[in-house]
Design a protein around this ligand. Structure first.
Ligand code: CDP
Ligand code: ZN
Length: 160
């Protein structure tokens, strides 16, 4: 087997008057992430991890927001398209894992729904998807609640 690992990272500011959408699931909270479309920080980091592992350019270069086609495109659509490109290149997704750093809210109650949704978007089994939240322990800007950050890895495999 050939293997490739990819790293993904993303961050968005929290602002009032936006919905909070994480891994495609709407979470009740008094703020939401700022950015194009849904600003889904988990899906963006996972997308970049898949790009990194497969050698694709990063998400912003594959789907430039200067192109009307991708402006405000749904993050779920983008990650599904990247997963299709990865598969077209002969790779199978071994697993993906993501850590969201967010002081609030607790995402633990939504993890199961999020995993199901990511598995659906990537067309893989749910046991290949892992997600969890960490608070950041009140440190730095994320700890102060100014935004959220996520880190992701993806493993791809292909028969030699
Ligand atoms: O206990 P430790 O310092 O390792 O972690 P923490 O950042 O204090 O978070 C404790 C637990 O809360 C985590 O293990 C997650 O299960 C949960 N958590 C969460 O669901 N959503 C967050 N945004 C942060 C933490
Ligand atoms: Zn993003």
């Amino acid at each position: 087997m050939q293997f490739r690992v990819g790293l993904g990272y993303d961050s968005h500011r929290l602002v009032e008057g936006r919905r909070l959408v994480l891994a495609g699931i709407e979470i009740p909270f008094d703020k939401g992430l700022q950015g194009h479309s849904d600003a889904d920080v988990i899906l963006h980091a996972l997308t970049d991890a898949l790009c990194g592992a497969s050698g694709l350019p990063d998400i912003g270069r594959i789907f430039p927001d200067t192109d009307a086609q991708w402006k405000d495109a749904d993050s779920g659509t983008l990650i599904s398209q990247v997963a299709a490109k990865v598969r077209d290149a002969g790779w199978e997704i071994g697993n993906v894992d993501c850590v969201l750093v967010a002081q609030k809210p607790k995402i633990a109650p939504f993890i199961s729904q999020m995993k199901t949704n990511v598995a659906r978007l990537l067309s893989i089994e749910e046991n290949r998807v892992n997600l969890r939240g960490k608070t950041g322990e009140g440190l730095d800007d994320v700890g102060a609640g100014l935004g959220m950050v996520s880190h992701a890895v993806a493993l791809l495999q292909k028969k030699e």
